[in-house]
Ligand binder design. Structure first.
Ligand code: GLC
Ligand code: GLC
Length: 812
């Protein structure tokens, strides 16, 4: 397959520059940092929502559309008989120049046609409930240009799920209001909703349309809207059907002249008793105020500068300088950026997640937090409380919750037995970063029930206990509905294609299904929990849990070792999974990752053998596959994992999320060369260089899954952006490879590098201190010989925390 290039990195501006609009798949970006969010593709497709992509969808988007990625915020320019869009789509008029720059929470799309340049900057200003679209038009020709401009947004009737199904109702409810240059969308505002949206432009308009069929025409498309083709708005007023918002503006540009127009897509909430200005007329005060804050180029430029400054500060918390720019750009820019995005959205809204299926995952959000916590610890703190509030008194928890309501999601329920451990993982990461132990004293309810509050520490304790109280015949953790691998469904026996493996009956009575992944996870988080208890002076609790951890280690050594690697699980009947004795699925990655991170049986050579087996059986050109050999038929006792064709998703796909577990295992074992080679295989900047066409999805972020060696097209990526891979890649590189590990009392320095690594520096802000750390690897893969802090050699590998600026020299 010829590997065409569609773009390149611009590290100086922290942008990815797409130079060909016909990317192998829409390459998207995210706008917004809190509350108001948008997804935007390289041709301006996508949609906006407030907090929750399901319950507050502001603009409409049709997933899996034909053609792909149709619908978005579109500007149509009519210049004589030529109609074109700055982002090429939807008209697809060939452009003289096209460029899309995806940056940190902004996207700039520029097109040129017949001497006119149209450049649109899209962003959501900090703390504002609005998307700004600043359109700059420049006449680069030597004639006067008379342009007709039509904007376009399509409203979603708020609930993205019912918007796509309940047409007998929807086609009668749509309502709008038009006031000057603002089009208001107020469907259902007359009854229970206290919110509306608007689309504004900061110039007088010469017309508008708000009825979709009038604007596009029933037999036309986004590519040739009737009104645009005719060059004449109809001033349509939507009543029911499908309301849209389109401004019509006539623009004259002299040669060399430039004009800015600021479009604003906003969202407003009113108190119930303040909803109306007059019967049937919405109270527009807040909309007016929001518009007034962003109605000039100067105000918008200032808001944009603030956004850029915000990102400068966030990214400057951790910056590395090595001899390898492919590493630096991921660490300094894109990996950190993706961590913010996954923290915000969990697995809810991307071009693979429809925004209606899933809210915030209990395990997902805890892991995402580890990638984000250094950026804004206070937001991580709130997230931990929100997550813990969906726990049940027995330590189990809802698997997901909705961001708008923060309530557990009943449809999916609970019973995923790894979930509780992740709360410990997330909380400890937060405390180590922030030094804020007070979070442990916060009173946190169960299942959001007022009156049920106990301290967060108590939540951690019952999380540990949930594992201990659910052990199986080998004294290993019972798997429940599933562990991290949602598709290893050992207690669900399904022959009904109409039921979801995630929610169908979970037979827990009489089960012997145990998980080695949870065993390893329990040991890793258990050791951390014990250290925390010691730190807090809770010696009895530390002692109690140390015994449980020791017992788990023994159980794994005795019942979890297959000779060359760790077993994966025992099934319902107590039969081995992930054993050389199995016909397929002889070895799985998850237990290798967690048990090597936990160093179980390291002294007996288990860790080294397990890591070697990963190289031998799981590794391929594009990363490590989840299991090997792939399952070639459906296995009733295993569930969804065997439902996927070979090489995809949980059936022997390269599920990037779990590769870092093995890489960390390698780092802990001190095998820097191996750690690096696994890491570079799934590092986007390396893939970008070689495989833009094959990889298909965005080359600047990780995707959840790359087709494995057994797949039809190994190396093809899917499910980009919203994946735990982001946080794990960050955790791996920042703490284990580059070796800068936040700890309770300071920063631990313990890199694990390939022999070829040369000197590098990390500047790290940590609480109220900043450290300039230079590491001299001297060809060593692991092992710090000496640390000099501000000119003084210190003992050990932890730089004790103290405020202010510090210079650190590390010799390996
Ligand atoms: C998806 C889910 C995650 C799960 C993983 C493996 O990424 O978001 O919760 O652990 O798949 O099944
Ligand atoms: C499917 C997917 C898995 C995902 C789960 C979420 O099982 O294969 O990756 O975590 O759905 O519900």
């Amino acid at each position: 397959m010829e590997q065409k290039r569609y773009g390149h990195f611009d590290d100086l501006h922290r942008e990815y520059v797409i130079t060909d609009p016909q990317t192998p798949w829409p390459w998207i970006n995210y706008l917004g940092n809190e509350d108001f969010f948008s997804l935007i593709s390289n041709t301006a497709g996508g949609y906006s929502f407030y907090k929750d992509a399901k319950f507050r969808r502001i603009t409409r988007y049709r997933y899996n559309n034909v053609p792909m990625d149709n619908g978005g915020r579109y500007f149509y320019l009519k210049d004589g008989d030529t109609v074109w869009n700055p982002g090429w789509k939807p008209c697809k008029t060939p452009l003289d120049f096209y460029e899309c720059r995806h940056g940190m929470s902004y996207t700039r799309i520029t097109g040129r046609k017949n001497g006119v340049e149209a450049s649109v900057l899209f962003f959501v200003p900090l703390k504002k409930w609005a998307e700004v679209q600043k359109l700059t038009l420049t006449n680069q020709s030597d004639e006067v240009k008379q342009l007709k401009l039509f904007s376009f947004e399509e409203w979603c009737l708020w609930n993205a799920a019912t918007d796509m199904e309940n047409f007998q109702r929807n086609f009668s409810t749509g309502e709008v209001e038009i006031e000057d240059s603002t089009i208001y969308h107020k469907t259902e505002y007359r009854e229970r909703r206290n919110h509306y949206a608007f689309y504004h432009v900061n110039t007088p308009i010469q017309g508008f349309d708000t009825d979709r069929e009038t604007f596009i025409g029933l037999y036309n498309e986004f590519a040739d809207p009737q009104v645009v083709m005719e060059g004449k708005p109809r001033n349509s007023h939507a009543h029911g059907w499908s309301p849209i918002a389109s401004h019509y503006i006539e623009i004259t540009l002299k040669p060399g002249e430039t004009k800015d127009l600021v479009f604003l897509l906003g969202y407003v909430e009113n108190e119930q008793d303040q909803k109306f200005a007059a019967p049937q007329v919405i109270n527009k005060e807040k909309a007016h105020a929001l518009i007034a804050e962003l109605d000039t180029t100067e105000k918008v430029d200032k808001a944009f500068a603030e956004l850029c400054d915000y990102w400068d500060k966030l990214l400057n918390i951790y910056q590395v300088k090595t001899a390898n720019d492919k590493l630096d750009r991921m660490v300094n820019i894109w990996n950190q950026y993706q961590c913010m995005v996954t923290f915000n959205f969990s697995r809810s809204a991307s071009f693979f997640e429809s925004g209606i299926g899933r809210g915030m995952g209990f395990r997902d959000s805890n892991q995402d937090l580890v990638g984000f916590v250094h950026q804004i610890p206070s937001r991580a703190r709130q997230r931990i409380i929100d997550i813990a509030s969906t726990q049940f008194p027995d330590g189990g928890c809802y698997h997901q919750y909705q961001p708008l309501t923060k309530r557990g999601n009943n449809d999916i329920g609970g019973g995923f037995n790894d979930d509780p451990c992740w709360l410990i993982f997330g909380t400890i990461a937060y405390i180590k970063e922030s030094g804020d132990f007070s979070i442990l004293d916060e009173m946190v309810p169960f299942d959001n029930q007022p009156g049920s509050e106990v301290t967060l520490f108590e939540h951690l304790k019952i999380s540990m206990d949930h594992v201990i109280k659910n052990l199986g015949p080998h004294m290993l953790p019972l798997i429940g509905r599933a562990d991290w691998n949602d598709c290893l469904n050992l207690n669900c026996f399904s022959w009904d294609p109409n039921e979801s493996f995630q929610t169908t009956e979970n037979v827990s009575e009489g089960t012997k299904a145990e998980s080695l992944m949870i065993a390893g996870l329990f040991v890793v988080t258990g050791k951390d929990y014990v250290a925390l208890c010691q730190k807090l002076g809770k010696t009895a609790e530390a002692e109690r849990m140390q015994q449980a951890v020791d017992a788990m280690i023994e159980a794994v050594k005795k019942h979890g070792w297959d000779g060359e690697w760790y077993l994966r699980a025992y099934d319902f009947y107590g039969r081995k999974i992930g054993s050389n004795e199995c016909e397929e699925g002889k070895i799985f990655i998850e237990s290798q990752g967690w048990c090597t991170m936990a160093e179980i049986g390291a002294d007996d050579g288990m860790v080294a053998k397990s890591l070697d087996s990963c190289k031998k059986y799981l590794e391929c050109e594009h990363g490590m596959v989840l299991n090997n050999p792939a399952f070639t038929k459906y296995i009733y006792e295993y569930g969804e994992i065997s439902s996927y064709p070979e090489g995809y998703k949980e059936n022997a796909g390269i599920f990037c999320h779990n590769n870092p577990w093995v890489i960390i295992g390698e780092c802990i074992a001190g095998r820097g060369n191996d750690a690096w080679s696994h890491y570079a295989k799934i590092l986007p900047s390396y893939v970008e260089e070689k495989y833009q066409t094959l990889h298909k999805v965005e080359p600047y972020v990780n995707c959840q899954m790359v087709a494995g060696k057994d797949a039809f097209r190994p190396g093809e990526g899917k499910n980009s952006w919203l994946t735990g891979t982001a946080a794990w890649m960050w955790y791996t590189v920042s703490e284990f490879i580059l070796g800068i590990k936040p700890d309770y009392d300071g920063i631990r320095i313990d890199p694990c590098l390939p022999e070829t690594a040369s000197d590098y520096t990390v500047s790290r802000k940590f609480r109220e201190a900043d450290y300039d750390i230079t590491i001299h690897p001297n060809g060593s893969q692991k092992g710090v010989k000496q640390i000099v802090l501000d000119g003084q050699a210190i003992d050990g590998t932890v730089i004790p925390y103290s405020k202010g600026h510090h210079v650190v020299e590390v010799t390996m």
